[in-house]
Design a protein around this ligand. Structure first.
Ligand code: NCD
Length: 337
């Protein structure tokens, strides 16, 4: 299997002092021990993850879905919040790379006795593990942990801040379906205010040159979001009309989304994605959702299971993305190495 450890995703043309055209290749080399968010990555680094994920997707298509890349390494899934897809996907990714995996949740661990995140992290490091995949309800938790330990930290969702591997798998799926996100119209619809998925998608998609629109009821649009380079609307038909793809987000009732709308039924009537509404969209519009879906709230069951939906393909692609991330952070070339 070819791994794009060093890749040249971008060519630049310059004119030399003598007037000749010189094509230079900008190479991306992975140097980071952590993946904390797409805000902190260049478009070349994002390209590197996507390229590696392509190679790992080939591994997943083989009868024997396993490579020895991370043999002898240990990955800990440290989850302070519920998760189905993300946790299992990280576990599978680590196992497909032949790493040992430990799953740790709040219940039954010393976190319940009041141990801090940093103490837990330092103890995991003292136990000679190599990567901590962390999900936490506080924004910035992954960054805080990464400063406290020398082993790799991968953010699996921190509060309302970022969920980088989700956005990467969304972009990977879009690339598979539409070729390349550059110049495409992508609308992110739903509970933008509470969504780390929205923020990571905005950082990633805008860096890669997509035109991003966010659409939500006024109360669920964070102040100043347009400074991130997105269009903002509360008109669902406008958000859908020209979109090549829509990424529909869950109403995060556990984070106060309920106060933003009179009732779930009214939300569905005004913002819910239905077959009727999609009649006004491009015929081949790609419909995404990070899951878990509230069927009949942000999307009808017919749309979730319909011909335009790529929701389960997103889930499958998540394993390849997480394999790429685990591979890159554990093989990072340190800048002074
Ligand atoms: C998301 C999350 O936890 O941020 N889910 C996921 O990881 N697939 C989105 C959500 O909870 O709505």
């Amino acid at each position: 299997m070819k791994l794009s450890y060093v890749k040249s995703p971008e060519e630049k043309t310059k004119i030399s002092p003598k007037g000749n055209k010189v094509v230079t290749k900008k190479t991306a080399i992975w140097t980071k021990k952590d993946l904390l968010g797409l805000e902190y990555l260049s478009k070349e680094e994002i390209g590197l993850i996507l390229d590696n994920a392509k190679s790992f997707k080939e591994v997943l298509a083989r009868p024997l879905r396993k490579v020895p890349t991370l043999r002898g390494k240990t990955v800990v899934n440290l989850f302070y919040e519920p998760s189905t897809r993300t946790r299992i996907s990280f576990e599978l990714a680590a196992k497909r790379l032949s790493a040992d995996v430990i799953n740790m949740v709040k219940e039954g661990s010393s976190i319940q006795k009041g141990e801090t995140l940093i103490d837990t992290g330092r103890n995991l490091e003292a136990l000679k593990t190599d990567v901590i995949v962390v999900r936490h309800n506080c924004s910035g938790a992954a960054a805080m942990l990464s400063r406290a330990v020398n082993i790799s930290v991968v953010n699996a969702g921190d509060g309302w801040h970022e969920h980088p591997t989700q956005a990467l798998l969304d972009i990977f799926t879009l690339n598979e379906k539409l070729g390349n996100v550059k110049g495409l119209n992508i609308s992110i619809i739903g509970d933008i205010a509470h969504s780390r998925v929205a923020r990571s998608n905005i950082w990633g998609l805008t860096k890669l040159g997509a035109n991003v629109t966010v659409c939500a009821p006024g109360k669920l649009i964070p102040a100043g979001i347009e400074k991130l380079g997105v269009k903002v609307t509360s008109n669902i038909d406008e958000a859908i009309k020209k979109a090549d793809a829509i990424n529909v987000l869950r109403m995060q009732f556990e984070r106060d989304a309920a106060g933003a709308f009179p009732s779930r039924i009214e939300y569905f009537k005004t913002f819910g994605i239905t077959e009727e509404r999609l009649k006004k969209a491009k015929k081949d519009i790609v419909v995404m959702h990070p899951g878990p879906i509230n069927r009949g709230v942000e999307m009808s069951a017919e749309v979730a299971d319909g011909a335009n939906s790529v929701i389960l393909e997103q889930v499958t692609n998540g394993i390849a993305i997480r394999m790429a991330v685990l591979y890159l952070v554990t093989h990072a070339k340190r800048e002074n190495a």
